[in-house]
Write a protein that binds this ligand. Structure first.
Ligand code: SF4
Ligand code: SF4
Length: 128
């Protein structure tokens, strides 16, 4: 099973992603690159593209619901790390559900992570 987030990206095209300025480069070399953020309030930055509608983070690559994924995943800021996909750890995620629904995608379910076993791959069943 591939991780559902790598074929989604809905949350990156739904919510404003704001965080303290110290999370981004150059203050934090492990944070979002400076050219991908814009000032929001006095001590806050926001991922470019999420500050106004239509929302789409500049770091989101691909098409939402198809191959949408974060192009700066190791450098993503804290709000992105905090938004967990629903049921990955056994807990609901209203933000994940809301984002997916906003983009016409069904919410994740516990079965997303523990799909029921499919038919047994028994070669004898198809070989005469
Ligand atoms: S909306 Fe949920 S499944 Fe989609 S990328 Fe965000 S956390 Fe992952
Ligand atoms: S930084 Fe990455 S995870 Fe965060 S909103 Fe942008 S594309 Fe999504």
């Amino acid at each position: 099973m591939s991780h559902p987030c790598v074929s989604c990206g809905a949350c990156c095209a739904t919510f404003r992603v704001a965080f303290h300025w110290s999370e981004a480069q150059p203050a934090n070399p492990d944070g979002p690159p400076a050219e991908l953020v814009v000032p929001l309030r006095r001590h806050e930055l926001v991922m470019r593209g999420t500050e106004s509608a239509p929302t789409r983070c500049v770091a989101l690559a691909g098409t939402v619901g198809v191959d949408g994924h974060c192009s700066i995943y190791p450098l993503r800021p804290s709000p992105c790390r905090a938004l967990v996909p629903a049921w990955e750890d056994g807990q609901p995620s209203p933000q994940c559900d809301k984002a997916r629904l906003a983009h016409g995608l069904p919410p994740l379910t516990p079965a997303t992570w523990n799909p029921p076993p499919g038919p047994v791959n028994d070669a004898s069943a198809v070989v005469p």
